[in-house]
Design a protein. Structure first.
Length: 547
């Protein structure tokens, strides 16, 4: 036999406090759930083609132990938080500390893996593989690259790392194009498969030289390595996090086979830890617009991802539109008209869902919740009037707060909407601002004890002319907003009108000489306009909205 099981006397004479070990569970998830919900993370799939034809084989298929499980971890010595575990023995024996030898299992190997390793000629002593643990499935990638992260671990590290190596591979092929099978579990930038004899450090066995030691991580035996009581896993050694990756063709169907097996016998097991969520199809829900919520799925008050009043947030399904796919977005189970691309701009609360459908009847779907924070208890500012065009903008601070404590709010004034949104270039001299007639001012209000939300409001600055008489010259106007025609009436004769934009630029003037008049605005574009009405020695400027 290849291996003699050794116990180091140091285990019996030196004691260390145990570090946190990984948790392994073989019943929490079925194998299809491990593939769909763990390997592919939060990406929700359904239908008959995105992830399909999931099969598996391990010791339980032959009346032996289960080599497939789910692991979770908080120990930094294993740089993976959770994922799927494939072992050539009992997955439940893989949790640390490394205080006993794993030599479980007694079931057949895998012919494809044996023929692949044997054909490479890297293991002349290879006679047979045993205890093969396998997961296989088909999937359709939606972007042009696929990858996943993993760590390889083995009981062979140390005493047996010079000559013996259990084997594993991640075989993939394009079914649609009929391409040959290839192994993507390789050393970076090479065609060398990953194993104990291709990644090892002579510090833990001087009988053979180091090979690619930069990819070896931790050794959990004394005196050379870390105390076995500090080991998160019950294996002698492990690699660093490695990445299996491949270029793929979007919308093609691929087959992948994850397989690991013992070499020549059933002793000294090995395992591969595959990181949860590291398989990526290319359609994960993400909240964008640089808000800091890119990795949120739900946007709720409880998780701090809710939206502020007046806020719009773009939700992406993936990072790009997928050729040949159609998109449907729903709010409260009602289809949203014209929402037919890979993103949707949310403007109101609700229970949302999205479906991406393919010609082969495959479908990807996901759902998310959107909540809004409560609107601040503030009032709208009013337009300000000054004869000398010097304005005290803080008059509107009191109007906005309406008796609330100013210490609870931050109120800042701006000349443009973009500046208000970006909180840049605030107006400095707000107590004596030198403005111009019909100037628009923007004000942002943030509740300091709230959720970091801001509201932006606007008001106008007007000049009071000495000839203006607001009390003696009353102009009635309707409707407002208007569609085409504005009706003006006054007890005094209306001599003339001028129509201006919000910058005070004159767009139209007209002689009236009547008490009542209809002004045709049908040829004006939608927006806000100023109408200056003049009568004898008095004038009045009114603001109207054209739809």
């Amino acid at each position: 036999m290849k291996k003699i099981l050794l116990f180091m006397s140091v285990f019996c004479t030196i004691y260390y406090s145990n570090a946190q070990a990984i948790t392994v569970n073989t019943t929490q998830f079925t194998v299809p759930q491990l593939v769909e919900n763990i390997l592919f993370g939060s990406q929700s799939t359904s239908g008959s083609g995105v992830i399909s034809n999931i099969t598996w084989s391990t010791g339980t298929n032959f009346g032996s132990t289960n080599g497939i499980g789910y692991f979770s971890n908080t120990n930094s010595n294993l740089p993976l938080d959770s994922g799927v575990l494939l072992v050539t023995g009992n997955a439940m024996s893989s949790a640390g500390p490394n205080n006993n030898v794993q030599s479980n299992g007694n079931w057949p190997g895998d012919a494809q893996l044996f023929n692949y390793i044997d054909g490479l000629g890297i293991d002349p002593g290879l006679n047979i593989h045993n205890d093969a643990t396998i997961i296989e499935f088909d999937f359709i990638p939606l972007i042009n690259n696929m990858s996943f992260d993993f760590v390889f671990a083995s009981e062979e590290y140390g005493t047996f790392q010079c000559d013996f190596s259990d084997a594993f591979a991640f075989f993939i092929n394009d079914i649609t194009a009929g391409t040959p099978v290839e192994n993507i579990a390789m050393l970076p930038n090479s065609n060398t498969p990953i194993s104990v004899v291709t990644i090892r450090n002579s510090a833990y066995n001087s009988g053979c030289p180091s090979i690619n030691p930069q990819y070896f991580d931790n050794y959990y035996l004394l005196p050379e390595g870390i105390s076995p009581n500090q080991a998160p896993i019950n294996f002698n050694g492990q690699t660093v996090v490695l990445t299996a990756e491949s270029d793929v063709t979007p919308n093609h169907t691929y087959h992948i086979k994850l397989v690991i097996a013992d070499r020549n016998d059933s002793a000294l097991d090995s395992g591969v830890f595959i990181n949860a969520g590291s398989f990526y199809l290319g359609q994960e829900l993400r909240g964008m617009y640089g808000t800091g919520f890119e990795n949120f799925k739900d946007f709720t008050i409880q998780n701090g991802g809710a939206l502020c009043s007046q806020e719009t947030r773009r939700i992406n399904l993936g990072v790009m539109p997928i050729t040949g796919a159609t998109y449907e977005w729903y709010r409260n189970n009602v289809l949203i008209a014209d929402a037919t691309t890979y993103f949707y701009d949310v403007t109101e609360a609700g229970n949302y869902s999205v479906k991406m459908k393919f010609a082969n009847n495959a479908e990807i779907s996901d759902a998310f919740i959107v909540e809004y924070y409560q609107t601040m208890n503030i009032e709208n500012p009013t337009d300000l009037v000054s004869g000398n065009l010097i304005f005290d903008l803080t008059q509107n601070s009191a109007t906005i707060l309406n008796g609330q404590d100013p210490a609870n709010y931050e109120i800042v004034y701006f000349l443009t909407l973009i500046d208000a949104q970006n909180q840049s270039n605030p107006i400095a001299n707000i107590n004596s601002y030198n403005g111009f007639n019909a100037q628009q001012i923007f004000v942002s209000i943030e509740e300091m004890n709230g959720f970091g939300c801001r509201e932006i409001k606007t008001f106008m600055l007007y000049q009071t002319l000495s000839s203006d008489s607001f009390t003696n010259f009353n102009v009635i106007h309707h409707p407002n907003p208007i569609h085409n025609v504005l009706n003006l009436s006054s007890q005094k004769t209306i001599d003339s009108i001028k129509i201006m934009n919000l910058l005070g630029q004159e767009l139209h003037s007209e002689i009236i000489n009547q008490n009542e008049v209809q002004i045709d605005l049908s040829h004006f574009s939608s927006g806000t306009y100023l109408i200056k009405v003049t009568s004898d020695d008095a004038s009045k400027t009114i603001k109207v909205v054209k739809n």
